[in-house]
Each structure stands twice: as C-alpha cells, then as structure tokens.
Ligand binder design. Sequence first.
Ligand code: IMP
Length: 427
Amino acid sequence: MSVTIIIGTQWGDEGKGRVVDYFAAKATLVARYNGGDNAGHTVVAEGRKLALHLVPSGILYPENTCLIGAGTVVNPLVLLSEMQTLRELGVDVSPRHLKLAAGAHLILPTHRELDGASEKSRGQQAIGTTKRGIGPTYADKARRAGLRAGTMRDLNVFAEAVGEMVEAHNARLTQLYGLDPVPVTPIVEQLHNAAQQLRPHLVDGTTLLGETLRAGHPILCEGAQGTLLDLNFGTYPYVTSSSPIAGGALVGLGFGPKDVTRVVGVAKAYTTRVGAGPFPTELNNEIGERIRQVGGEFGVTTGRPRRCGWLDAVILRYAAQVNGLTEIALTKVDVLSGQSTLKIAVAYELDGERVEHFPAEWGAEALTRSIPIYEELPGWEEDITGARTRADLPAKVQTYIARIEAIVGVPITFIGVGPEREAMILP
Ligand code: IMP
C-alpha cells in the first residue's frame, strides 16, 4: 500500500505536472483533492501540448482510474469541454477512467459573476483571483448552501436546485453589487444538459478510495496551487479558498494520516507568484525579468505574467513543516544558468529581529515588512539540460542543491533541468 501526496511548496505553478506524471505512471488511482479550474497544468498528448485545469494529469495513462475528489469545486461546463478536447486526441475519458466524486461542489456561471463582482468591489485590495468562481463556490459550501455533484443524479431535482441557486446569486449580484441579474432559464438548460452527460461519471469517492487502499494499490493525490495559497496557512487573505497542503488531501478525499507514505513538495529553484499579496524575495529588476523570460513565467490559466524572485528557504522550511514533507522535487534549475550570483533567503528581519519561521499567521502586513536575509552562492554558466544524474551536474549546481537541502532539512530527490519531459533527474 502506498499513498503519495504531491503538493506545491510555494504559491503554485511549481511544475507539479512532471512529478505527478512520474507517479501517475505507477498509480492505480490518481485523485485531485482541492481547487477547481483555477489550476492549470500542461500535458503533452499525441505530440500536442494542452492545458488541463480540472482533469487529473494521470488521465493520459489508460490503465488507472482518475478521480476528481470531494474536496474540489467543479465547473461542469469546463469539465465537459476538457473531456471533449481529450476525447478528440484519443484519450479515454469514459466513466470507467474518469470519475467525479458525488461530494464535489459545483461551480455555476453565477459563481463566476460573483467572483468578478467581489474582486471589483475590493478595488485596491483585490486578491487577483482567477475569476473562475472558486471563492464564491467554497463560500456557498461553507455556509451550507452549496450544490454537490451528487445532486445531478436526479435531473429534475438538480434543475430545480440550479434555478434556486441562480436566483439567490442574482439577489446578491443586484442588491450587493448593483449589477443586472443573469437570465435563469438558459443556465438551467445548459446545466441540465451537462448533468445528463456527467451523471455516469458520479461515484462515491471515499468508497472508491477505500477499496483501492484495502486492495493495497498505489494512490496518487494530486494537489493544485501551493502551500502559501492555503486558506489556513497561506498568506491570508491573498490565498485561494481551499487547502492545497497535504492535509487537504485527507479532508478532500477521505482517509487518515497513517495511510500516507510519501509527501513530495515541489519547489521551483526560484520563487514566483501570480496575483496580489506579499512576496518577500520578489525581484522588481532585470534579474526578475530575466527569470520570467527564461522560465516562461506566464500563467497557464490566465496568461498573466508571474512575479519572480529568489528562492526563499524560509518558505520551504515552513512548507516542510506544514505538509510533513518527506522529500522535495526541485524544478526549473536550468532557468538559473547564466546568473553570476544566486541568492537564497535563509531568514527574515522583522522589526529589527531575525526571524527563522515564515510569519504567515501574523498576516500580509507583517510579511510585507519582512526583509529577507540572504546567503549568496556562486552561479554557473553551463547548460545543464542534458544532466540525468546528480553527478552530471557542474559542481556549483550541486553546491546550490546541497545547500538548499541543508537549510531546509529535507532531501531533494527530483531535479528538473529543462523543459523536456525527460529533462529530470529522478530518484
Ligand atoms: P482563486 O483561486 O481564483 O480564488 O485565486 C486566489 C489566488 O490564488 C490568486 O492570487 C490566484 O492568482 C491564485 N491562484 C489560484 N490558482 C492558482 C494556480 O493554480 N497557480 C498559481 N496561483 C493560483
């Protein structure tokens, strides 16, 4: 029996897809446990690059089962469109292969409207959300007014529930935000049609997971976003509304901590962030711009340029604790080639004191005042994209990696050295 959880250690976009791919090839069940189509991962199928937002990356392996778990929020229209794209490429998205947990909550078009309206009303304090309706859907779930995927089982009950929800959202859109109401009937018809197609995919996700566990088959839990976007432990309020951390897999899929064997934290060799909020090691200069261009740091979901900065080991130590990391996958190390000097934040200075712990609980304001204390290491000029073992790496790259392991106290088992699928040093 083995359960592997793959999580992002920073603000998302760490390159989890490639590591997920490695484990998915051996897993019997691949399950998404949090978030919705705010996530984006690029996969290559039939030589074509495609961006998946909801469907687990494991879908490209025909023998496994892919589950969109109860902790996720699902826009049925986005799911159907992703399934259609995959089907056209010959990927099996039949109910045998792709399953949707009855406990997942559904995102309606009006959740998206509310997301946009809420962001607009925040003005300067906007979160910079992906406007996919994620926050409003989790808010409806938390106030016990959500719509679960399982409702789609009875189409008449479902259509009625959708109508009522859209009416309720319209009341908020008009009264709270002064917007026009959204026509109800077309949404009900669209969703009714979607439900008809998605119904065969519905399962009791916890039962499926339990059976797989008891059979002793390997399970892969695929996290979306990253530790610092976690609703509880991220840089609140500049976070997403779910739990991307390892604990999110337990509450999002329904199993206990004793079943977890590996927790792989994916970390970029530098740091990036999309959207607003504090970012202590951000580089608003030509080094940051170079990292953005070389690393192709533009969002898969929104196309927004990502903010870039030095590696922050304070964040990685925090992620190691919050997630109980057993190992780290360090990605995009090649992007740093050509920098004469590299910096790693090892602590912060906050109110004249040295702080070793990421002060997330003190909030965005404390983080904004946190000044990174850097350790400098020599950079390297070599192209490292051909390295396939750690010994192939130039000495300075090995030093950079070993230093991160020492500061964070977690072994680095995967090293990403280039954009190609095989450009990764494996354990
Ligand atoms: P939301 O998840 O759309 O509510 O957005 C909340 C915050 O999370 C914003 O700063 C987004 O940019 C960020 N975010 C959400 N999903 C991702 C992701 O997959 N990668 C990186 N940032 C994300």
